[in-house]
Design a protein around this ligand. Sequence first.
Ligand code: FAD
Ligand code: NAI
Length: 467
Amino acid sequence: MAERFDLTVIGTGPGGYVCAIRAAQLGMKVAVVEKWPSFGGTCLNIGCIPSKALLHASEMFEEAGHTLPQLGVEVGTPTLNLSAMMAHKDDTVASNTGGIEYLFKKNKITAFRGTGAILGQGRVKVAGEAGETEIETTNIVIATGSVSAGLPGIEIDEERVVTSTGALKLDKVPANLLVIGAGVIGLELGSVWARLGARVTVVEFLDRILPGMDLDVAKQFQRMLQKQGFDFKLGTKVTDIEKTENGLVATLEPAAGGEVSLLETDVALVAIGRVPFTEGLGLDEAGIARDPRGRVVTDARYKTNIDGIYAIGDVIAGPMLAHKAEDEGVAVAEILAGQAGHVNYGVIPGVVYTSPEVASVGKTEEELKAEGIAYKAAKFPFTANGRAKAMLASQGFVKILADKETDRVLGCHIVGKGAGEMIHEAAVLMEFGGSAEDLARTCHAHPTMSEAVREAAMGLGDGSIHI
Ligand code: FAD
Ligand code: NAI
């Protein structure tokens, strides 16, 4: 008689591995199925972690050349050792994915290597190098994530025409990089290669960068990137990329149609979004519903239309973020254990890990306007923050949006060094339904960048002190 599991999780990205660990901690007998050689999914292998390793390393390279001399630290002209930088990235990935393997063992989670397919309620088939195995399980969680969206007619070779996966392992710095899509991937990976010496042109379909982020922040951030050498072609689409002996020739066209132009480049990064991944999972055979965008449909408790089968992370609706997937993983494990698992979708921070960083939580000003919510807004610039000046980091601002009547904080948007850390004080405040006055009256250590968050909140009351 085959071993029977309480829960089988298909996919070990941040959604799947966190769900498996929490379920094991709550007393369930858990199996995971993973088709890749290492655990951790997109995020640990080809996403969050390798991109942050390269973002950090390239920022250090840039600072060594530009910021350190201004601080009186003369290091001469820095030289790039790209293979050492890539080795740092690979070591970081290996150490993180190895950590998941350790956690699975520690929590007595059984790992099946191979592609999982759902045969029906309580049955998962795993096809791996060692042949086929069938798992019997009470519940199944689908956590198969997402893959890069393709551009019709444009063939990806991951060497010259790349997705983020290829852009994380280029073997030399391209003289010219064309980025298609001014979203998070385009701007983060564009930053990596721009800092290392590439001339970066970003072609964006819309008339703005970072759709979904507060427009004020996006506009200011675009100006900052332009100062860093980015060239933006907004309201433009790429309709073709021809591979020539010497490089690539892209055909650009106004988004609304019109006269085409040609752009020569060495490498093109297609970063126009990601799509849910369910190939080979047997969803149609098992009768599991998907929406028109291919996402697995779930109810508010992550259950699909079939009892005992749940889904979380990038493969379902909502922002495609690692921490959203993780929180859903915890929530579904708790629900299966009879607890009240819950995710507050109103308070999911988003961070763009560029230099400076961009961070956001809650509503944008555009969303508040569209929803007809009466609000008040205040901004505090880092030029008025002592610590920022001392660190040559006075670019950017903190913007806080609060309900006009109740003073409850509805959104916080930051562009500036360390924005991705500072945003969490607004997130915690919002999770507890706090007001701008609560934030303004909380003593903040001096001198810190976070004082700017408090000062922005003060601006919604009797006024900021330092502007
Ligand atoms: P995934 O991480 O995609 O994992 C899915 C797993 O399922 C994979 O391991 C896959 O091999 C496995 N799988 C799929 N089908 C099967 C099957 N049939 N059988 C067995 N295994 C299967 N998010 C952030 O929050 N912060 C960031 O800084 C960030 N940076 C990113 C940078 C890049 C370049 C990219 C591409 C993404 C980034 N993201 C970031 C997004 C983040 O990676 C995803 O939101 C997150 O990984 C989603 O987690 P998941 O568990 O839903 O799926
Ligand atoms: P995205 O959705 O952030 O941005 C895609 C951009 O491409 C948009 O600005 C869109 O208008 C544009 N676009 C779409 N079609 C186009 C076309 N044909 N021509 C030109 N522009 C076009 O998607 P991205 O950057 O690919 O990232 C995918 C996902 O990965 C995102 O959902 C993001 O949340 C996640 N991610 C998160 C990171 C983080 O949290 N720091 C880092 C990287 C990725």
